[in-house]
Design a protein around this ligand. Structure first.
Ligand code: FCB
Length: 416
């Protein structure tokens, strides 16, 4: 007869609990950025349109987050709203985001503000986007404007969301704007994004210093995957190691080396089952098992559910001796009990990692509400809260209530 031992983990009292969104995915009518441009040109399959109308309904959404006992919220600022034309800044948009941040504060939700979450102003993208030498100058000018406006009310800044995911989709696979496929361009853009992060970090610190404000915490949100060899051949093991190094760690290590990372922002969803079909660079960079060898449960996009990888990713970061902040972890599914299992099982791995000494500041679920999932459109349902796209009515899911209880109590009971 098997014996189940029940454990209880108590999270730190000041632990952050919350959920995330990004501007383009929820706001609606973001007609000034490259994604919208590509959608209208028929270069992307789905149209974001009104998205979740969060631009108007944010107060209502924050009421729900508060009712679910969250104490923080991650959002992003839409650059194309703030700077609709090169060098011309919209005070209306800046004031909007000021109101949003103040509303978060009023709701007792600590804002975690992202400055770049995949989208770019149309003017920037038409000039050449992140491949341009001047791209970082453009970005830094926007960063200064936003940070000057919001500094007093924001402690946590995320400069760039998932640089490696952006590079992979936009410059290697060629799926997302600007739909390029070039290894050389990818390298160039990667260097520009890193530079943009490092200088943004310094600018943010400088602004807080100038205004005598308490030091802010600045990082990036790094998508991290567990890279697992499918057949444990030497080639697959080597590729898994290299991929973890380059996809998960390289950007972070360079930012740390430049003294430009206060915490490590982690987005974790799944694993990648590595199976190489050749010895070429492309094989090493991209090959995965396509033979259906994974017998794990999957989300509705077919990603493996693999909480063990969350633990190993967290442990792999211990050596940097920086606090970690989980900025995204979540599942798209039509089965809400699977959502709860996903959250629960990942929290267990988080608790185990923390009990073993990994320092984590908070856990942010992706996403607060269902939303526009980029090139996959509206069918993936990631939300703690369901959105009806005809009425825009919000409905809290059962999994959200269960997660809400953990946010309130800060305790997790689990059996092993
Ligand atoms: C992450 C993105 C986020 C969302 C989730 C599902 O890679 O940061 O915008 O699309 O995946």
């Amino acid at each position: 007869m098997g014996v189940i031992i029940i454990y209880m983990y108590e999270f730190p009292r000041d632990f952050f609990w919350g959920a995330a969104t990004s501007a383009y995915q929820v706001e609606g009518n973001n007609s000034l950025c490259d994604w919208w441009d590509y959608e209208l040109a028929g270069r992307l399959q789905y149209h974001s349109g009104l998205a979740c109308r969060h631009y108007e309904l944010y107060e209502e959404d924050f009421d729900l987050a508060k009712a679910l006992n969250h104490n923080c919220h991650r959002l992003s600022i839409e650059w194309s709203r703030v700077e609709p034309e090169e060098g011309k800044f919209s005070s209306e948009a800046i004031n909007h985001y000021k109101r949003v941040v103040l509303s978060l504060r009023k709701h007792g939700l600590e804002p975690v503000v992202t400055l770049h979450h995949f989208t770019n102003p149309i003017w920037f993208s038409r000039l050449g986007g992140w491949g341009l030498k001047k791209s970082t100058d453009y970005f830094l000018r926007y960063v200064s404007k936003v940070v000057e406006a919001l500094a007093g009310d924001v402690r946590f800044w995320v400069t760039i969301n998932e640089p490696m995911v952006y590079l992979y989709h936009s410059y290697l696979l060629g799926i997302w704007p600007p739909q390029e496929r070039s290894l050389a361009k990818t390298q160039k853009v990667k260097a520009n994004l890193l530079k943009a992060h490092i200088y943004s970090y310094r600018i943010i610190k400088g602004i807080y210093n100038k205004h005598n404000l308490d030091k802010p915490s600045v990082s990036i949100a790094q998508n991290m995957q567990a890279f697992v060899p499918c057949v444990p051949s030497l080639r697959n093991k080597l590729a898994s190691y290299i991929r973890a190094k380059s996809f998960n760690l390289e950007f972070i290590e360079k930012a740390i080396k430049a003294g430009a990372l206060d915490f490590i922002g982690v987005n974790y969803y799944s694993r990648s089952l590595v199976e190489l079909k050749g010895w070429g660079i492309k094989n090493f960079a991209m090959d995965i098992c396509e033979d259906g060898h994974s017998n794990l449960k999957k989300n509705s996009l077919g990603w493996d559910i693999y909480p063990e990888g969350f633990y190993s990713v967290l442990k792999s970061l211990e050596r940097y001796k920086l606090p970690i902040f989980i900025l995204e972890n979540g599942i798209c599914t039509g089965d809400d009990s699977l959502r709860w299992d996903f959250i629960h099982d990942h929290l267990v791995k988080l608790a185990e990692a923390m009990a073993s000494g990994v320092k984590v500041l908070g856990y942010i679920y992706w996403s607060l509400i269902d939303n526009y999932e980029w090139d996959k459109g509206f069918s993936p349902r990631f939300g703690l809260i369901e959105v009806d796209y005809t009425t825009y009515k919000r409905t809290i899911r059962e999994s959200a209530k269960k997660f809400g209880r953990i946010c309130l109590e800060g305790k997790l009971n689990y059996g092993v």
